[in-house]
Design a protein around this ligand. Structure first.
Ligand code: NAD
Length: 552
C-alpha cells in the first residue's frame, strides 16, 4: 500500500496530455482537482463528512496509472473508489464507469455500511466526491444564493437586509452559506465546532470574523442588521448547544437552518456538551456511544428549530437529513419544518433546470472569462442565470481548475455545450472544457427527505429514475457516469447519478454532447411530468418529448 504523497495533489494545467485522449485526461484532471479543492486531501476526503474521491491511496495511484494507459475504446470500472477492471468497449462508451456505496436495499444502513467500510470493501462517495466532479464550494453556491433569494422574496419583501440567520457548519458546502446570505444583504451567525474550518472560510472571504462568545456574536449581528449592513459572523461552538441557549434566552432570528454533516452521525456530526478533541477521541474509542450522543444532540437541535418555527422564524432543512436523525431518535415532530427543495427548488426541477457547471481543463482563467461572456450573450434573456454569472464572476474566488456553475435548463444545456465545443474547435479557448452537474439535479436523484420530498404523486422513494438517468447517459456517450447511494442525506436515504462530458472540439464530442445534455435534463422533465407537475407536462408537450402514457 503506497502512502499519501508528501505534497497536496494539484490537477495538471496546460494542453499537454498525460493520457491518450481528452476524455481520459478529463477524468484524470478532475479526479486530481477533487483533491486540490478537498477539505482533507490527506484522507482523500473531499467534502460532506467522509465523502471520498478514492478508496485509499493505493487505489488512487492505480486509477491514475490506469487512466494514463487507457485507450479511447476502453472503459475503466471503479467499484466504490477502487479500480477493478478495464474492458474493451467502443468510442461512444464512457471511459469510466463508477458505482459508489451501493448496497442491497435491506442492508443499506449506516451501521452495515460502517462494517463494510472498516473491512475495506466500500467507500462513501457523497455526490460529487466519488464521481470526480467536485469544484469546491462554488459547486453549491448558486443553489444556496437562490434559496436565500427565494426566502427573501417569500417572506421579507425581496431582501435579507436587516434580517439575521443562524446556521450550523462551515465545511465545504456549509461554508458558502454565510457568503450567499451576505450577497442577499443579510447578516448571519454560523456555528462551527472546528476552528480550522472557520479559519479556512475566513481566508476564502466567506465569513468576516470568528467570535467565541455567542452573545457577543448576536450583539454584533443585531448592530449590523439595524444599520442594514450585510455581515457573516462565525461562532466557535456546537450548533446543538448554541442554538438551545439562544432559544432559552429568547434570542430572535428571522431564519434558522443548519448544514452540519448531520447525515452521518459517526463521522460527520459532533455531539454537544464536549470539545472537538473529546468528540474525536470518543469517535474512535466508543463509536456506538458517540452515535447515541450525536442522535440525542440532533434531537435537541431539531426541537429548538421547530420551536423557532413556532415563534415565527422561517425554518428549513438544508439538505443534511437532520430531521430524519431526530425522528429516528424518537422526536416525532422533527418533520414540522420543510426541506429546502420542496420549499424553494422544485419548480426549477420541473422545467429541467438545475446546477450545470463547466470546468476549463487548461487551467486558464482567461478561458473561464471567455466562456462566461458567451454564456451571458447566449442567455441574456435568462435574467436569473445572467445575473448570477455576473455576480459570481465578480465575487467568487477561483478554487482549483477555473469553473463556473449556473442553473440552466432543458434545451439550454445542449445549446451551451455545443457552443463550448465550437470554442474549443476554433482555438478560441486554450484547452477543452468539461461539463458536469451536481447529482442534486432535476432527473438524477431519488431522495425522499430532500430532492423528492413530498412529490405530488407520492413517488418520493421510487429510485428507478436516477438509475434510468445513468443508463441513458451511458447510452448517449457521456465521458463518465456514476451511480451512488446516500449522497447529502446519508447511506440508505438516497440513490443518485452523476455525469461528466468533455467538449474537446471534435465532431464526435459534439454529437455526444447534443444527446447527453438533452436526455440528462430531459429525464428530469419526464420524471416531474410523470409525477403530475403541470409545468413539466407543458414543457414535455411543447418540446416534443415523447411520453407514451401522456400521449405527447
Ligand atoms: P463538511 O463535512 O465539509 O462540513 C460540515 C461542518 O459541520 C464541519 O466543518 C464540522 O466540523 C461541522 N459540524 C459538525 N457537527 C457540528 C455541530 N454539532 N456543531 C457545529 N458544527 C458542526 O460538509 P459540507 O460539505 O459542508 O456539507 C454539510 C452537509 O450538507 C452534509 O450533510 C452534506 O451532505 C449536506 N449537503 C447539502 C447540500 C445542499 O445542496 N443542500 C449540498 C452538499 C452537501
Amino acid at each position: 500500500m503506497r502512502p499519501a504523497p508528501n505534497a497536496p495533489v494539484r490537477a495538471p494545467r496546460g494542453t499537454e496530455l498525460h493520457t491518450k485522449g481528452w476524455p481520459q485526461e478529463a477524468a484524470y484532471r478532475l479526479l486530481m482537482n477533487n483533491l486540490e479543492v478537498a477539505e482533507d486531501w490527506r484522507r482523500l476526503i473531499v467534502y460532506g463528512g467522509r465523502g471520498k474521491a478514492a478508496r485509499d491511496w493505493e487505489s488512487y495511484y492505480r486509477i491514475v496509472e490506469t487512466l494514463e494507459e487507457l485507450d479511447s475504446d476502453e472503459t475503466l470500472v471503479v467499484q466504490s473508489g477502487k479500480p477493478v477492471a478495464v474492458w474493451r468497449t467502443h468510442e461512444w462508451a464512457p471511459r469510466v464507469l463508477i458505482s459508489n456505496a451501493m448496497l442491497v436495499p435491506y442492508w443499506s444502513t449506516l451501521e452495515h455500511f460502517n462494517e463494510l467500510e472498516a473491512k475495506g470493501l466500500t467507500m462513501y462517495g457523497q455526490m460529487t466526491a466519488g464521481s470526480w466532479c467536485n469544484i469546491g464550494s462554488q459547486g453549491i453556491v448558486q443553489g444556496t444564493y437562490e434559496t436565500f433569494a427565494t426566502a427573501a422574496k417569500m417572506k421579507f419583501g425581496g431582501t435579507l437586509k436587516g434580517r439575521i440567520t443562524v446556521t450550523g457548519g462551515l465545511g465545504m458546502f456549509s461554508g458558502i452559506m454565510p457568503h450567499c446570505i451576505r450577497l442577499n444583504g443579510g447578516v448571519s451567525i454560523a456555528v462551527e465546532i472546528d476552528p480550522e474550518r472557520i479559519q479556512r472560510r475566513v481566508e476564502l472571504g466567506f465569513v468576516d470574523e470568528m467570535l467565541t462568545d455567542p452573545d457577543e456574536a448576536y450583539r454584533l449581528a443585531r448592530h449590523c442588521a439595524e444599520r442594514g449592513e450585510a455581515r457573516a459572523i462565525a461562532v466557535l461552538g456546537n450548533m446543538s448547544d448554541v442554538l438551545g441557549d439562544f432559544l432559552e434566552k429568547g434570542t430572535h432570528f428571522d431564519i434558522v437552518t443548519d448544514q452540519t454533516s448531520a447525515h452521518d452521525m459517526l463521522e460527520g456530526y459532533v455531539p454537544g456538551g464536549m470539545s472537538l478533541a473529546e468528540a474525536l477521541d470518543l469517535r474512535k474509542s466508543a463509536p456506538d456511544e458517540y452515535i447515541g450522543l450525536a442522535r440525542a444532540s440532533a434531537v435537541r437541535q431539531v426541537r429548538a428549530m421547530v420551536e423557532y418555527q413556532r415563534r415565527g422564524a422561517l425554518v428549513f432543512d438544508y439538505g443534511n437529513n437532520i430531521r430524519q436523525e431526530a425522528y429516528n431518535a424518537g422526536y416525532k415532530d422533527a418533520f414540522a419544518f420543510p426541506g429546502f427543495v420542496e420549499a424553494f427548488i422544485r419548480p426549477l426541477f420541473c422545467v429541467g433546470r438545475g446546477p450545470f457547471r463547466w470546468i476549463c481543463l487548461s487551467g486558464e482563467e482567461s478561458d473561464l472569462r471567455k466562456t462566461e461572456q458567451v454564456a451571458l450573450s447566449e442567455f441574456a434573456d435568462d435574467e436569473v442565470f445572467a445575473n448570477w454569472v455576473r455576480l459570481a464572476s465578480e465575487h467568487q474566488p477561483i478554487e482549483g481548475l477555473p469553473a463556473r456553475l449556473g442553473y440552466l435548463g432543458f434545451g439550454q444545456r445542449a445549446r451551451f455545450g455545443k457552443l463550448l465545443n465550437d470554442m474549443v474547435r476554433s482555438g478560441e479557448l486554450a484547452g477543452p472544457v468539461a461539463m458536469s452537474r451536481d447529482h442534486l439535479d432535476t432527473g438524477s436523484v431519488a431522495s425522499p427527505n430532500r430532492e423528492t420530498e413530498r412529490m405530488k404523486d407520492g413517488s418520493d422513494a421510487v429510485a428507478d429514475w436516477p438509475i434510468l438517468n445513468a443508463m441513458l447517459n451511458v447510452a448517449c456517450g457521456a465521458t463518465y457516469v456514476a451511480v451512488h447511494n446516500g449522497g447529502g442525506v446519508g447511506v440508505g436515504y438516497a440513490t443518485h447519478a452523476g455525469l461528466v462530458m468533455v467538449a474537446d472540439g471534435t465532431d464526435l464530442a459534439e454529437r455526444k454532447i447534443e444527446r447527453c445534455l438533452t436526455v440528462d435534463p430531459g429525464s428530469g422533465v419526464v420524471r416531474h411530468a410523470d409525477a403530475g407537475y403541470e409545468t413539466a407536462i407543458e414543457l414535455a408537450r411543447s418540446a416534443g418529448i415523447r411520453m407514451p402514457m401522456l400521449g405527447t
